[in-house]
Design a protein around this ligand. Structure first.
Ligand code: HC3
Length: 503
């Protein structure tokens, strides 16, 4: 990739800087063409700034001087556009110097590297997402408009008739389709068949082979003594999908469910935890932190809302792939996602958190709380980071994170559920799965500690919404016209749902 420097004498030798166009225009986010007047901008903003310096005209804003400047809106307000150019550091003086200091170059090189990595990750995510689209039907991919034609992003969903392997009932669903959660019956049946086909060769005592391995205190140990699964104490409960299965088959079914939940988690975890290990000491330099501090409050909120929406989309994909989720009534699926997706994001945050320097993987590097200073939500950020520390202290395995995330999402106590019973039955399956793996790993004590985390998640998400309401009071236009539709759908007030005009 080759790019042209403007007003920079003796352009630096070809290094990372030959890929500067991976960094979008700092003013409007359009594709950049180089460093112009000291800042990476597109041709349009370069020309706009040059004209603003040549003419004596002064611009004025007809609104509150906080118009959002992006590719689509950049020509609407010259005053706010020029204000953003100056805020980002564009200056006529940059022409005279013409050269960057070493510090500036290093900072720029780091930023090019970061964007390059993000583009690679975006490609991988889109591949996953595209793969997901092929596997699960049209859905919303971060960075792409939602497919499916609906004006809302989280609306009721059509569910193809499908018999969940552990649920003898058949759930028929309504007529509508939601772009996020749509699937074709074939894929669902295929997924279900795959789920059924993961049979394990039963061992001597009828239990799956994996039960008779060194992890068991004695090979002939019966099914795990979990609540409600002891063959002698197992009361007949027609509501209980397990009551039809003999213990050994019950055991295999639970193993299959664990495998299916973990697979859904791994396919949608956004960042492979192994890759992040290699990056865990890649923290933002002081100059890079300064770049975040030079953003306005609404710019930083917009950046975080974008990042959070991407993260939530992967949680939506996780939910779609959970066995039984599609058998839940459509409105209840949306209800569970709206109330639980941020909680799952915060559970997943622990996978991207470095407790040794209290940093979280964000925007291409590991960021401390100071990176989020401009959000003006120090209490929320500190509480989120404290929670990440407390989750890391549990030292959960990926399998435990996966099944705990499913538990957080499939919560029958969410207000407004229409078919609570069905959510309860799915929840019970997942509780059995969690009990199963904790018993297998002799970590039953974790159950109580995970319960405590559920209460903390609820408090954190309430604080998050409280902060959003505060921000919405100050910057209603930014939320309405610049926040991702998914973010507004999940966290916005009713007035902010896509398709509704601002107050
Ligand atoms: C920092 C973050 C919460 C954590 C989010 C994580 C790290 C979670 C795991 C995902 O796999 C990757 C990921 C992406 C974005 C991270 C979020 C960005 C902002 C958010 C803060 C808590 C601030 C809240 C943002 C606000 C107030 C605009 O909604």
């Amino acid at each position: 990739m080759f790019f042209s420097f403007t007003f920079v004498e003796n352009p630096p030798k070809k290094t990372h800087l030959t890929q500067i166009e991976v960094i979008p225009c700092k003013i409007c986010g359009d594709k950049s063409s180089g460093v112009h007047y000291g800042v990476i901008t597109c041709e349009g903003c370069k020309g706009f700034f040059r004209r603003s310096q040549q003419s004596s005209v002064s611009y004025s804003c007809s609104r509150q001087s906080n118009c959002p400047i992006d590719r689509a809106s950049r020509t609407r307000c010259q005053s706010c556009r020029l204000k953003k150019c100056v805020a980002q550091g564009m200056s006529r003086d940059a022409v005279k110097f013409g050269r960057m200091s070493k510090r500036q170059r290093d900072s720029l090189i780091a930023e090019v590297e970061r964007h390059r990595q993000q583009q690679q990750q975006q490609q991988r995510r889109l591949q996953v997402c595209t793969a997901g689209v092929q596997a699960l039907g049209p859905t919303y991919c971060p960075g792409k408009e939602p497919c499916g034609g609906s004006s809302h992003l989280l609306q009721p969903l059509p569910l193809a008739p499908y018999t969940f392997p552990m649920d003898p009932e058949l759930q028929r669903c309504g007529p509508e389709v939601h772009p996020h959660l749509v699937c074709h019956p074939g894929e669902l049946q295929a997924a279900g068949l795959h789920y059924r086909s993961v049979q394990r060769r039963a061992g001597r005592n009828g239990l799956a082979d994996s039960r008779v391995d060194s992890r068991q205190s004695s090979p002939n140990q019966g099914i795990l003594r979990m609540p409600g699964t002891d063959p002698d104490l197992h009361p007949y409960d027609p509501e209980d999908p397990y009551c039809h299965y003999p213990t050994s088959l019950l055991h295999i079914r639970i193993e299959e469910l664990c495998d299916s939940i973990v697979r859904s988690h791994r396919e949608t975890s956004q960042y492979p935890v192994e890759e992040l290990q290699a990056l865990r000491w890649k923290i933002f330099t002081r100059e890079e932190v300064q770049i975040y501090h030079s953003k306005t409050v609404d710019e930083m909120w917009q950046l975080c809302a974008d990042k959070l929406s991407d993260a939530v989309q992967f949680v939506v994909e996780f939910a779609k792939r959970l066995p039984g989720f599609r058998q839940i009534r459509q409105d209840d699926q949306i209800n569970l996602l709206k109330s639980g997706s941020m909680e799952v994001v915060l559970v997943r945050m622990s996978r991207l958190f470095n407790t040794e320097n209290s940093t979280v993987y964000f925007d291409g590097k590991f960021a401390g709380t100071e990176v989020f200073k401009t959000l003006m939500c120090g209490d929320l950020i500190n509480a989120v980071f404290d929670f990440a520390h407390s989750m890391c202290a549990l030292r959960l395995t990926e399998q435990q994170v996966a099944i705990f995330s499913a538990l957080v999402l499939i919560n029958p106590d969410r207000p407004g559920l229409e078919d609570r019973g069905r959510v309860q039955r799915m929840r019970k399956d997942i509780e059995l799965a969690l009990s199963h793996i904790l018993h297998r790993e002799h970590q039953e004590s974790l159950l109580h500690r995970l319960d405590e985390k559920v209460a903390m998640l609820k408090a954190l998400c309430s604080l998050h919404i409280e902060k959003l309401r505060w921000f919405q009071q100050l910057y209603p236009l930014t939320v309405h016209s610049s926040f991702p539709p998914l973010y507004k759908e999940l966290f916005g007030s009713d007035a902010e749902r896509p398709g509704v005009s601002p107050p």
